[in-house]
Design a protein around this ligand. Structure first.
Ligand code: NAD
Length: 359
């Protein structure tokens, strides 16, 4: 068995704390310590029994360090990643990997030049809600898929830290959009995107988006709606998918996926619904004579596989789960979303290659 890979977490805030705990749980990685620009965070780490390096340079010059995980505010990912790769360390950057495709390509070029691995922490690929909708999409039970909707809606506003500031890469497209876009691409796999249309909200923050509605138009007539809100006191379902022969819903993070499937298109008689305007049969819900239900149960997932995979990828035994092509593709969509919001019109994507998914 190969030795555990040794890691330092850079940035010991909310997510840096998460990484230090989960690195230990993953088993495949050893935590050497952390570095944070703030003295008080380093002090806290020491109180928690974690070694705090005195500077980033000290991290990079420690020959025991195999890789760093960068969990700083977003604008720091690029300079820290490039410095670490050049110092001979593999790198995991938190999401969003960078703020622009051009920045991402610069890091990828350095990764290729130096031969050290670079990836981003797209940990929501292990979320059950996403996995179940992916299963529904690929099951064939829904017939030809026509639309997929993915929503995260809270009511606590945009977080009051650096996420509210443009200079740090704040806003909800960078914060949550990046996860939901990555998941949507994971559902539809290699479908080509024809157009992107996005409208950003500025309900509680003028500087950056505090929510957005993003429509992706894929080939084969599949449309995807991705919506993030921070002033939604009633949330719409987490996922909704529909095809010609059925629909699926995941109402909430904690739920299973419920499918309602059509027994036969021809047999569609229903009891009419009476509204103030009169009867409607067209919009009346089908009953159990013409439809049936199935449940896709919540799968067993282990988010620690991210670190196990990265450790194996360093040894050349596995391919990294989050690939450069995938990162370029989702960041291209985010750039197109910003462009579309500015123009108030749909835009096409110039740089969103299709790419196969590992999962
Ligand atoms: P945070 O503000 O809680 O922590 C950031 C820490 O980085 C702070 O302690 C700060 O002092 C430190 N820092 C700032 N600049 C630094 C530098 N140049 N060098 C070293 N340390 C520096 O922020 P957070 O919520 O932990 O977010 C950090 C990153 O993690 C962001 O990129 C964010 O998008 C990402 N994140 C990812 C997830 C996820 O689920 N994958 C969840 C939350 C946050």
């Amino acid at each position: 068995m190969s030795e555990k890979k040794r890691c330092v977490v850079v940035g010991y805030g909310g997510m840096g704390g998460w990484h230090t705990r989960h690195i230990l749980e993953a088993g495949a990685v050893e935590l050497l310590g952390i570095y944070d620009i703030k003295k008080e965070r380093c002090q806290l780490a020491e109180e928690n029994g974690i070694h705090a390096y005195a500077s980033f340079e000290e991290v990079l010059s420690d020959p025991r360090v195999d890789f760093v995980t960068i969990a700083t505010p977003n604008e720091w990912h690029k300079p820290l990643a490039i410095a670490a790769l050049r110092a001979g360390k593999h790198v995991i950057a938190e999401k969003p990997v960078t703020l622009t495709v051009a920045d991402l390509k610069e890091i990828i070029a350095v990764s290729k030049e130096t031969g050290y691995l670079f990836t981003a922490h797209q940990n929501r690929r292990w979320d059950c809600d996403y996995r179940m909708i992916r299963t529904a999409y690929h099951s064939g039970k829904l017939g030809k898929i026509t639309s997929i909707e993915s929503r995260d809606q809270g009511s606590r506003g945009i977080p009051g830290d650096w996420r509210g500031k443009k200079e740090h890469g704040g806003g909800m497209i960078y914060d949550w959009g990046v996860h939901l876009i990555d998941q949507m691409l994971g559902i539809v796999d290699d479908k080509r995107i024809e157009k992107v249309y996005c409208r950003c909200d500025h309900i509680t923050n003028d500087e950056v988006d505090d929510g957005f509605k993003l429509d992706l138009y894929f080939e084969d007539g599949i449309t995807a709606r991705i919506e993030v809100g921070t002033t939604n006191f009633i949330a719409l379902p987490r996922f909704y998918i529909t095809g010609v022969d059925g629909s699926g819903v995941v109402s909430d993070w904690r739920d299973e996926c419920r499918l309602v499937l059509c027994r036969s298109w021809e047999d569609k008689d229903v009891a009419p619904v009476v509204t103030a305007a009169g009867f409607t049969k067209t919009m009346a819900p089908r009953d159990e004579k013409t439809t049936y239900e199935e449940i896709i149960p919540r799968p067993e997932v282990d988010v620690h596989d991210f670190y196990r995979n990265f450790a194996a990828a360093i040894d050349g035994k596995e391919t990294q789960i989050v690939t450069h092509a995938q990162l370029i593709r989702s960041l291209s969509i985010m750039e197109a979303a910003f462009r579309s919001d500015e123009l108030g019109a749909p835009v096409s994507i110039e740089d969103a290659p299709t790419c196969d998914r590992v999962m």
